[in-house]
Design a protein around this ligand. Structure first.
Ligand code: XAN
Length: 456
């Protein structure tokens, strides 16, 4: 059923660029019944709102005003998330990547052979992610076609935007969790893509993404077939893990001895394009940074997993990626990342960048530490660009779609303590939210103008 059109009067905070945070106090937003932003006027006194709406001939739409202690931000974009790992979050901290995959992850993901298990877990996952303000996610599924189709249908039903990828993996995992051949993996992938395109033909909410888990899990034949598919259909995004950890890089290069680095390897199969989403990029040579920049690849920075499970146990050179104008978003990488909260991911991006700055004090003129503006950008607008939704979401603007979070820092929500004596300016409220907030402070979540979590 179509939503009624609505208007909201609130303080808006969004990113115009990695360094430019825009704060619009007392803004009046009007949103069409199909979720598109019709108008955006800053500095509108509340008393003027009825007249302005009357002039626009939309005086009858419900007005959800936000009071002091609340503000509106764009929905979060999680650029890297493993859907079947929802139930294993928190396990295996400190393990190296290949040991963690064998010991914890593959046995867990194998359970998704049962579509009923997928139904149960994916319902919890999608509700849980929406509750945490993730309005768009780029999901890796398990290797199972049917479970991945369940994930797609669940996102569409709940109203979460998502890229959905059936994991491709035809070698180097236990026989109970390995595809029989490249051919079988490709056939199941094609079937998933067909399903996703049939239930959301315009890709408004869900879109398919090619998902070779990483080169260790895929034969050259499989990587080649997926590269061919990407070339044939330029609507397809591609996601994989890239230069995650020393253990992983060494294993990859010994499986592909013709290559001396992962950038050349993946690009030789046609898997590095402007539609690629490369998770981690933790250990990077100058040659590879330059190559990814030239190819226009997106980077999913996963600060939590990078420091806790497998990810090289070091902070990625994110400041350098941003300095070079590369496209960077944030990923929770849950369940390698123990938390599926993007607030936590922003916080960890800051903290790990401070550590990197201290470790490499003379590495770059401008230093390695990220700013609040930069991590907020990566969690919203930067992420939207990485996952290919930047024409629709990631910030507020006329013609864009209304994916937004009502952040509520008032005492009664618990969590962040903001004095209500008028002491906190909006930028300070944002800083407190990023550094100390959690899902208790996300009061309402909109996707395409529709409330998908919280009360209207
Ligand atoms: N490499 C990986 N890294 C990670 O963090 N999670 C995974 O599931 C995975 N698979 C390959």
């Amino acid at each position: 059923m179509a939503e009624p059109a609505k208007a909201i009067h609130a303080t808006l905070i969004h990113s115009l660029s990695p360094t430019h945070l825009e704060i619009l106090p007392n803004a009046l937003l009007t949103i069409s019944s199909s979720g598109t932003i019709l108008s955006l006027q800053p500095n509108v006194p509340l008393s003027d709102v009825p007249n302005i709406l009357a002039q626009q001939n939309i005086q009858h739409i419900p007005l959800a005003g936000l009071s002091h202690g609340q503000f509106l931000i764009p929905g979060f974009i999680d650029t890297h998330n493993h859907a079947p790992q929802w139930m294993q979050r928190g396990l295996g901290q400190g393990m190296h990547i290949l040991d963690w995959l064998d010991g914890i992850t593959f046995p867990n993901e194998a359970k998704f052979a049962d579509p009923a298990h997928a139904e149960t877990v994916y319902e919890k996952l999608v509700r849980g992610m929406l509750r945490q303000g993730v309005t768009t996610a780029s999901y890796y599924g398990s290797l199972h076609g049917e479970a991945t189709r369940v994930l797609a249908s669940t996102c569409l039903r709940a109203g979460q935007r998502a890229l959905i990828g059936k994991c491709n993996m035809d070698r180097n995992s236990p026989s109970f969790y390995c595809e029989a051949s490249a051919e079988e993996s490709v056939a199941a992938t094609r079937e998933c893509i067909r399903h996703i395109k049939s239930i959301d033909p315009a890709g408004d909410c869900i879109r398919p993404v090619l998902t070779p888990r990483f080169a260790i899990s895929c034969t050259g034949e499989l990587l080649k077939s997926l590269g061919d598919m990407a070339r044939e259909d330029d609507s397809l995004a591609i996601q994989t893990h890239f230069n995650e950890a020393a253990q992983e890089i060494n294993a990859t290069l010994s499986l592909f001895p013709d290559f001396s680095n992962e950038a050349d390897l993946y690009s030789s199969f046609g898997l590095l394009t402007r539609r690629s989403i490369l998770a981690h990029c933790t250990i990077m040579t100058e040659y590879e940074v330059q190559k990814l920049r030239e190819l226009g690849c997106g980077i999913a920075h996963c600060p939590t997993a990078n420091m806790t499970v497998g990810g090289g146990f070091m902070a990625a050179p994110v400041k350098e990626f941003l300095r070079r104008g590369m496209s960077v978003g944030l990923g929770t990488d849950s369940g390698g990342g123990y938390s599926s909260s993007m607030v936590n991911a922003m916080r960890h991006a800051l903290v790990t960048s401070y550590a990197r700055d201290a470790l490499y004090p003379n590495s770059k003129k401008a230093g390695e530490a990220l700013s609040l503006e930069e991590v907020f950008y990566m969690a919203t607008r930067g992420g939207a660009k990485v996952v290919g939704f930047e024409e629709r979401v990631g910030r507020f603007g006329v013609g864009l779609e209304f994916d937004a979070l009502v952040v509520d820092l008032r005492d009664e929500r618990g969590g962040v303590n903001v004095p209500l004596d008028g002491g906190d300016a909006p930028e300070r409220m944002l800083e407190k939210f990023v550094m100390t907030g959690d899902d208790r402070n996300i009061a309402r979540v909109y996707v395409k103008g529709r409330v998908v979590h919280g009360e209207e």
